[in-house]
Design a protein around this ligand. Structure first.
Ligand SMILES: NC(=O)c1ccc[n+]([C@@H]2O[C@H](COP(=O)([O-])OP(=O)(O)OC[C@H]3O[C@@H](n4cnc5c(N)ncnc54)[C@H](O)[C@@H]3O)[C@@H](O)[C@H]2O)c1
Ligand SMILES: NCCCC=O
Ligand code: NA
Length: 503
């Protein structure tokens, strides 16, 4: 059953605040196309207030309340947030499903991952205390040196709609663990659960200003955050086009950025596989989260010996996927996130057709669903490497297929992309898998699976998929600044200049 969406304001300085310009915009449930609530629309005026609140949070009590408190103190808040999220797991999962259209079972799984990620970074925050003052070995005994890891400062976190609360958490949890103060700007297409995170922070008594959450449009709320002179770093997940704009804005102030961008990831299926196991991973790799995963393995590269049988089997697996309202039991594919995204996905499919590809399966709205932004899982064959469908990210349930005859050819096809986020290889020959993994130009390689993601392991891409790594210890480093402290420990004078006392 659907839920009432809580009506919230912006979260600034530990309080709910109406946007300065008092605007709001509607939330649309993509499965029903109905308006189910509204969210506040922040503008640069609210960004200024949030940045000022974050600055105060860092300097309050000379930093002792947050930025220079021990990691153990911050870990307590992170664990309290994790506990509240776990308490509200079913409700948050439902709200997520209603907002972005992902099947309820997936949404609840995401919320569990959110709680797990806060717990994980609570552990790393505690670990940080022991790592302070790590000695650096120097070649001169007259000096000694150590390293301090300090929070970068005020960070702007800009996130997408495909995993609304999870993508936010991948940034918020390590930023807070590091001792930063943050301003989160979630996607205007799915912000409900991020506003609930604000409520959770309020309930656990997170110090005011440590996390501020501003909902609003990219150009109105995201852009002023990216270019704000008092924001010390921007961490962004979203499209390559927006990532490039953010990098340009940040460059004006030499502000560091980390960018998790789009992808067009390959999955290579060799001839020695178990067809059903490989078909299920191929379907999961592309159609999970309604195909809206940055790392979706949306280019199938299959050995020509098994191609016909494999693709037939794959079509059977996709025909078995339950497409329905995300809240219906057993749903495995919901609608894409919005009307705009629905039109975009259908346009990709019609362009593929007009360029000469074959829409082997899907490509249309499922007949039994008259409303909602639903697209059937789509498999496209007769693809050439110059076609748009091979080159550009669709961000919808669309898989394109090419065949290969040698390992070398498979790798050439796999690496034939400006992106470099994920890649998968399926084969029973594990030596081959290792060899291929080394050659794949991607930040994440899956062997005999596609998409599983653990908060302990690094996440991020190469080429136009961005740079920097989230998750794991790398995720924490994103929010830490390294300070070298070097001391002269000899009693002797330095002796470089002639001493005036000897004149
Ligand atoms: N690499 C990853 O880990 C990862 C994860 C999830 C999604 N993605 C990518 O995200 C994209 C889909 O998400 P999306 O449609 O929300 O992306 P998007 O780039 O349209 O929006 C992302 C965020 O940026 C904001 N934004 C838009 N214009 C802005 C501007 N000029 N200045 C500052 N902020 C601005 C948006 O409001 C939103 O919060 C896909 O390309 C996908 O591959 C990448
Ligand atoms: N499983 C999380 C993937 C995030 C990218 O879209
Ligand atoms: Na929505």
């Amino acid at each position: 059953m659907a839920l009432q969406v809580p009506s919230r304001q912006l979260f600034i300085d530990g309080e709910w605040r109406e946007p300065v310009l008092k605007n709001r915009f509607p939330i649309v449930n993509p499965a029903t196309e109905q308006i189910i609530g509204d969210i506040p629309a922040a503008t640069s005026e609210d960004v200024d207030l949030a940045v000022a609140a974050a600055r105060r949070a860092l300097s309050r009590n000379k930093g002792k309340d947050w930025a220079s408190a021990s990691g153990a103190v911050r870990a307590k808040y992170l664990r309290a947030i994790a506990a509240k999220i776990t308490e509200r797991k079913t409700e948050l999962g439902k709200l997520e499903a209603m907002d972005c259209g992902k099947p309820l079972d997936e949404a609840v799984w995401d919320i569990e991952d959110v709680a797990g990620c806060f717990e994980y970074y609570a552990d790393l925050a505690e670990g940080l205390d022991a790592k302070q003052k790590a000695p650096v070995s120097l070649p001169m005994e007259t000096f000694k040196s150590y390293v301090l890891k300090e929070p970068i400062g005020v960070v702007g976190l800009i996130t997408p709609w495909n995993y609304p609360l999870l993508m936010a958490t991948w940034k918020v949890a390590p930023a807070l663990a590091a001792g930063c103060a943050a301003i989160l700007k979630p996607s205007e297409l799915a912000s409900i659960t991020c506003l609930e995170l604000a409520e959770v922070c309020r309930e656990v008594g997170l110090p005011p200003g440590v996390l501020n959450i501003l909902t609003g449009l990219g150009p109105e709320a995201g852009a002023p955050l990216a270019s704000h002179p008092n924001v010390d770093k921007i961490a962004f997940t979203g499209s390559t086009t927006t990532g490039s704009k953010i990098m340009t804005a940040a460059a004006q102030m030499v502000k560091p950025v980390s960018l998790e961008l789009g992808g067009k990831s390959p999955i290579i299926v060799f001839e020695d596989v178990d067809l059903d196991k490989a078909a299920e991973w191929t379907a999961f790799g592309c159609f999970w989260t309604n195909g809206q995963i940055c790392s979706a393995t949306s280019r199938l590269i299959v050995h020509e010996k098994i191609a016909k049988e494999f693709v037939d089997r794959l079509v059977k697996w996709t025909k078995n996927i339950k497409i329905s309202d995300p809240l219906e039991e057993g749903c495995r594919l919901g609608p894409v996130v919005s009307g705009g995204q629905y039109e975009k996905v259908l346009k990709f499919i019609s362009t593929a057709k007009s360029e000469g590809a074959t829409i082997l399966s899907g490509g249309v709205r499922p007949e039994h669903l008259k409303k909602g932004f639903f697209v059937e899982p789509t498999i496209i064959t007769d693809v050439t490497t110059s076609m748009q469908i091979w080159r550009e990210e669709v961000f919808g349930p669309v898989l394109c297929v090419k065949t290969f005859s040698t390992e070398e050819e498979a790798l050439e096809l796999a690496n034939d992309t400006h992106y470099g986020l994920g890649a998968a290889v399926i084969s029973n020959d594990l030596e081959r898998c290792d060899r291929v993994s080394k050659e794949l130009q991607a930040g994440i390689v899956w062997i005999n699976c596609s998409q599983p993601c653990f908060c302990q392991a690094p996440w991020g891409g190469n080429k136009r998929s961005g740079f920097g790594r989230e998750l794991g210890e790398w995720g924490l480093e994103n929010y830490l600044s390294v300070k070298q402290v070097t001391q002269y420990i000899s009693d002797e004078p330095w002796g470089w200049y002639s001493s005036p006392s000897k004149l």
